[in-house]
Design a protein around this ligand. Sequence first.
Ligand SMILES: [Zn+2]
Length: 622
Amino acid sequence: MRIFTVLLCIAFIFSCTTPEKSQPTIMKKDTHSYSNVDQVRIEHIHLDLRVDFQSKILKGYADLTINNFGNADSIILDTYGLNFKKIIYEDKHGAKYTLGEFDEVHGAPLAIKLKPDTKKIRIHYATSDKAAGLQWLNPEITLGKKHPFLLSQSQAILARTWLPCQDTPGIKFTYSAKITVPKELMAVMSAENPTEKNAEGVYEFNMPQAIPSYLMAIAVGDIEYAKIGDNSGVYAEPGMLDRAVYELADMPAMIKAAENLYGPYLWGQYDVIILPPSFPFGGMENPRLTFATPTIIAGDRSLVALIAHELAHSWSGNLVTNSTWDDFWLNEGFTVYFESRIMEEVYGADYSTMLTLLGQQDLEKTVEKIHAGKHPEDSKLILDLDGRNPDDGMTDIAYEKGRFFLKACENAVGRETWDAFLKQYFKEHAFGSMTTENFVEYINEHLIKGDQELAEKIMLDDWIYKQGLPSNFPKIQSNELDKVKEHIADFTSGKGAQSIDTANYTTHHWLYFLRNLPEELSPAQMQDLDNTFGFTNTGNSEILCEWFKKSVDNDYQPAFANMEAFLINVGRRKFLSPIYTKLARTPSGLELARNIFDQAKDGYHSVSRNSIQEILYPETEG
Ligand SMILES: [Zn+2]
């Protein structure tokens, strides 16, 4: 690795361009990108795009400012379904380019000839109906039902479906944009954002901090902004704005807690946009502007851990980025750990311990499922996703096994030492990318420091390079959830649901209660639970999802109409996958699931649609 660094430095000295800033050295090849980032890199992208809701395309040009430190004769970009009109150099002369063979997962490499002095290229292009990174919502599936909505989801490798770029998390660039939208709508991006609509429908953006391509983001719709704290606020459709402001009131406290833990927030503004319900994820940590599902708006601030999570990404992921998708745990594992620390600061240890224990249950199920599947090696923290869709690596292994590894480190060295280490880690690697190998080197050098006893306590290799859960897996004990265990025992021993004292229950008590009931319940027990606690009609999406799973297990028909409406209305994969999976276990359930999917799929994002397709039609997979 050192040798490579030296060679790069020599290349810098002899190339005729002086780099404005040093780029991180790429330590290993990203198998999910065609780009030749070891020779030439994008430093800045300027987009000038028109958002056309009629034809559902983005059209315009991208100006790429490049740093050809390796004197490459062409730059290879990642593209997916983009249509190119022309590509020109700064002197307006046409550039020669070739588009390689198209692959369903990776798209097609675009190779553009470079002249020795080329610093800028303008690519005139339009997106197509292959743009899986964009979701065009018809007015009917927005809250207001009057205007269409556009939202993007670039992670993991979908940025290439809406802009030509080096689509790897291993390099970073700044960007700016001019976006033209229908006059009654507003555009926002992962950048410095407007807070009001303008009469022309033209919005200019600047993103002064360098980001990886998967954090490129855009949303366009009938949205308004409300300020919440000094440097935070929320965008939402007008009918959702007041509820969103209420729900996210603790955001300034979360930012403060995060800064106290691991250093200053370096992105200026922190806003959230509440999207229409078809958004496939809980949230996406687009810098300066977290994209969030409306399913976190529960009315009682009980699901805001998601905001703590996305905020934590402002350090883990957005500042220090996984170099390839095989290193995804460096992003999500650190973030879940950090999220739990923010939750502890703002809501107390009892509260965050409940979340941790629920996470442990999720993880145990995931490990079991992975070990029974085609890729048992996916239960290692470091992945090998070569030849597969990086989406396959987005499991609880990265999130929860990653988090518990960090927790194990904390247990081994004590919180004070661990926090100092993490703070320093974020500081030293801010705005860079990190491989698992780099991290191992760093923790060995700065935390373990050759201490054999400590190394045995931490069990680094077992966590990172071995399948399953190591023997030093942290023990989590929650007094709150122990109480729930007793309530479950009471209920299953024949005491009615009314005998349970749920006065102090939070969402997390309810989730634990539902998840840990016996799989089989009698019709009378289901009815008793529903009559007493009103599960079928709750507005809390997390509780609904658990209840619907229970209802499918026990064929509890009174919940089915609401379940169907939920599956059609909500596009969040985390809720859809488990319910559809349960339904698909019986022939009648599968038939019902396929019927619901037929009605719902046009409203789903492709990410969710593909996952459900695989559950309901496994024979067509691959
Ligand atoms: Zn995350």
